[in-house]
Design a protein around this ligand. Sequence first.
Ligand code: DGY
Length: 418
Amino acid sequence: MTDDELRDRAVAVLTTNHRDGYTVPAIGLYPYQWCWDSGPIALGWAAAGRWDHAWSELRRLLSAQWPSGMVPHIVFWTVGDSYFPGPAVWATGREPATTGLTQPPLPVSAAARLFAADPDRDRAQSEFGGLWPKLLAWLSWIERARTGPHGAGVVVHPWESGMDNSPSWDEPLAATPSATDEHIERRDVASVAAAERPSQKEYRHYLGIVEALRAAGWDTERQPADSPFAVEDPAFTAIAARAAADLASGGEAAGFDPREPARLAEGALAGLEALWDDALGWYRPYDTRAGRFAGPVTSSGLVAIWAGIRDERVARMVSRVDSWRRTLPCSVPTTDPADPSFDPIRYWRGPVWVLVNWLVADGFNRAGLTDRAAQLRSDTHAFVTQGFSEYYDPRNRAGIGGHGFSWSAALTLDWLLA
Ligand code: DGY
């Protein structure tokens, strides 16, 4: 396939998934606006030359921000019954209806990138200027309401990490209550094989946490205390640290005071470094309820690279990733293939994700490992020429999960074809 054909196909996916000013991650499976997806999707629109769509993606998302600064993980712009759990289950009382959780603040970094690259400087200044206080309020809320004992970012639900069923969460999730409501109407498994999705048992716990937070009244200032699940997550923290650093540099260029985001970046980075497990040579989540580090080597720790970490730590993680290539030809699996929890087709328990590869390749470049970054880019290119799947089987590159997946298409435009 030529690059022009690949580009046309990627633009076609985004166009099909585009709605009124925002883009759904995948038709059927994810029919609303998802928070962290909006970041790469905005970058994809910009790479396609659709700056109007790029900015409006972020504007729409941030227009659903809560007064506390929290930006919700799903915004239900339309009413439908094709997704579970829908607005009635969340019952957050917000207009537009949203969930009561957040997701990694990738849209902040996307906004800074759009500001730097938009050829129309007046538009860039006015769009970024409009977003600036909201983006800063989001990151300030994360620091204020979501900082754990190591100074890292706390997620109060696996859905907040974006890596829902990662083995990173197995232990803390097992300690949460199962939903009392028996009515769990999974819609995801209507379009994707159940073997490629979280288990029913996991769903019962996901809903159990939602019930607890709902009963506590969705008080976003105190969710780590209200939730039966409260875990410091390396990937969430890394994305928050990088978001704050990107906001500081974008803000400075736009004439805003960069000191507050610069301070937030420093704090988040220190928290991230405190999650380094030197014996393992990897960043690890910390279960604040149990008071211990949890889980095997996963993409949650690997994504620390995106924040900009010390070279010797990058080197230790890289040598482990290299060792996986002996058994698995396609990089990067989201769970250590030697760990018993590894599953090559089940969502975040092993499959390759374009987003993770993009974050990691960027980190390689920042660490001066440009050959490895180029290698990961060409590996990823080989995946997407098979189609823009949600994720891929690392044994054979088969596209699995949802199809016509927006961020796989968007990052093809922004990264693989750039
Ligand atoms: C899902 O529905 O699987 C999403 O990941 C939840 O955010």
